[in-house]
Write a protein that binds this ligand. Structure first.
Ligand code: NI
Length: 167
C-alpha cells in the first residue's frame, strides 16, 4: 500500500465529473487500498478517487471514533437510493480544502447502493455522521465541494485564499 498525494483547491480536477468503474479488478482494489491508507494518514473520515486525481466513481470512508476498531468502507459506483425527511447540520471539513469548515444541512439518513471490494452489490442504510460523510463523498464524484454551500462572496474569499497559497 502507498499513500497518495491529495489534490487541493484551486486545482480544477476537483470539479471533474467522475466516470463509473466498469469492473472491480486488481488495479481498482489497489487504488481503494491506497485511498484508505491515504485517508487514515491524513487523517480523514472519507476520500473520493478524484481527490487523488483519478476520475472514477470510488469512495472510501471510516467514521469510527478514535480508539474504536477501524471500520473501513469502500464503495464503487455508489448511488443514493433514498434520503430521509429530517435533516442534520454538521460542520464539514474536506481534505482538499484544508482548514476550512462549512456548516451544511443534509438529510439525516441515507440509503446507498454500491459495489463492494469483492465486486458484489450492496445496500447500506446509514445515519448520523456516516450519512453526512457518504453525501459529502458522493458530491465529490459530481465535482461538488463544501464551498458550494457558502454564499458566493464567502466562496470567492476561500478560493482567492487558496489561489494565493498556490502561487
Ligand atoms: Ni471532501
Amino acid at each position: 500500500m502507498a499513500t497518495l498525494p491529495i489534490i487541493t483547491l484551486p486545482d480544477p480536477v476537483l470539479r471533474k465529473i467522475s466516470d463509473p468503474v466498469e469492473r472491480v479488478d486488481e488495479a481498482v482494489v489497489k487504488l481503494m487500498d491506497d485511498m484508505l491508507e491515504t485517508m487514515y494518514a491524513a487523517p480523514g473520515i472519507g476520500l473520493a478517487a478524484i481527490q487523488v486525481g483519478v476520475p472514477r466513481r470510488i469512495v472510501v470512508l471510516d467514521t469510527a471514533d478514535e480508539g474504536e476498531p477501524k471500520s473501513p468502507l469502500v464503495m464503487v459506483n455508489p448511488e443514493i437510493i433514498a434520503l430521509g425527511q429530517t435533516t442534520r447540520m454538521y460542520e464539514e471539513g474536506c481534505l482538499s480544502i484544508p482548514d476550512v469548515r462549512v456548516d451544511i444541512e443534509r438529510p439525516e439518513t441515507v440509503t446507498v447502493r454500491f459495489i463492494d471490494r469483492a465486486g458484489k452489490q450492496q445496500e447500506l442504510a446509514a445515519d448520523g455522521l456516516l450519512a453526512t460523510a457518504i453525501q459529502h463523498e458522493l458530491d465529490h464524484l459530481d465535482g461538488h465541494l463544501i464551498i458550494d454551500f457558502l454564499s458566493r462572496l464567502k466562496r470567492d474569499i476561500v478560493i482567492r485564499k487558496f489561489k494565493k497559497q498556490a502561487r
